[in-house]
Design a protein around this ligand. Structure first.
Ligand code: OOG
Ligand code: MG
Length: 257
């Protein structure tokens, strides 16, 4: 889009993340449309790659109605994951390093050989080497966690950190597994993998299609987050968070106090 300062917006969002200081929504003011917002996202993540981080996968966002309703945006989006965002299973994060962190339960795929963009995944079991329960920590860089569709795309779909639980071979069905998010041993959210586009495998088709539009091809060895099955919950200092996905097991995370 002519006249939009893609690099300037990426620098502003990058600084907001680095200093844990929120910024105001900007898409309406600068006239950011969806394709240009993906350009800002690419520039924002490129800044991280320039400082030595590695691209390790992609994430889907707003693949469930619960998430769409929570943030008031009803389109499927995708973002980029880097190695610096990965927290080991059972690891600790410092909530003060984020603006208003939230956690949500996810299903992760470890990618193997993938079809070209435009081709259906077809044989899911040959495109995905393993699956795992996961937790995504999201942190919108916008004040009050409020944003429009182009705003959240530019902000790398609120990606901040993620935890992957133990990998398992791809089970026969992934479309109706119970999902729980527990905080300090109490159930905070309950859902089903069916909430993720009817079947989380569909999220991979969508990811290949949508990222392919921007020339991004998924790589063997990448991680893919299919999107949260439930709404996200605030991450408080000292909290112990567990995501449990039926048949797949658990992923966990602690917040330092
Ligand atoms: C946008 C990111 C959504 C998901 O799993 O749906 C997302 C947000 O909620 O801030 O990661
Ligand atoms: Mg997510």
């Amino acid at each position: 889009m002519i006249g939009v300062d893609t690099a300037g917006i990426a620098a502003k969002l990058g600084a907001a993340a680095d200093t844990a200081t929120p910024v105001s929504q900007l898409a309406a003011e600068v006239g950011l449309d969806v394709p240009t917002a993906y350009g800002v996202q690419a520039a924002l993540v490129q800044r991280r790659l320039d400082s030595g981080e590695r691209l390790v996968g992609l994430k889907m966002g707003l693949t469930s109605k619960a998430k769409m309703a929570q943030v008031g945006v009803d389109e499927v989006i995708w973002g980029r994951l880097t190695d610096a965002m990965r927290v080991p299973d059972g690891g600790t994060v410092d909530p003060a390093a984020y603006i208003h962190p939230r956690v949500e339960p996810e299903v992760a795929f470890l990618l193997d050989r993938l079809p070209e963009p435009g081709e259906p995944v077809g044989d899911f079991a040959s495109a995905v080497r393993a699956v795992a329960p996961a937790i995504e920590l999201i942190d919108s860089r916008y004040a009050d966690f409020r944003f429009s569709l182009p705003d959240v795309i530019a902000d790398n779909t609120s990606a901040a950190a993620f935890v992957i639980g133990p990998w398992s071979p791809v089970p026969a069905g992934l479309d109706n597994l119970g999902v729980l998010l527990e905080v300090d041993g109490r159930v905070a959210q309950v859902g089903s993998t069916a909430a993720i586009l009817g079947d989380p495998r569909r999220a991979l088709d969508e990811g290949i299609r949508l990222a392919g539009r921007y020339g991004v091809r998924m790589q063997s060895g990448w991680v893919f987050l299919a999107g949260a099955a439930t709404a996200a919950v605030p991450l408080r200092p000292g909290a112990h968070v567990r995501a449990v996905v039926e048949k797949l097991g658990t992923a966990s995370l602690r917040a330092s106090s």
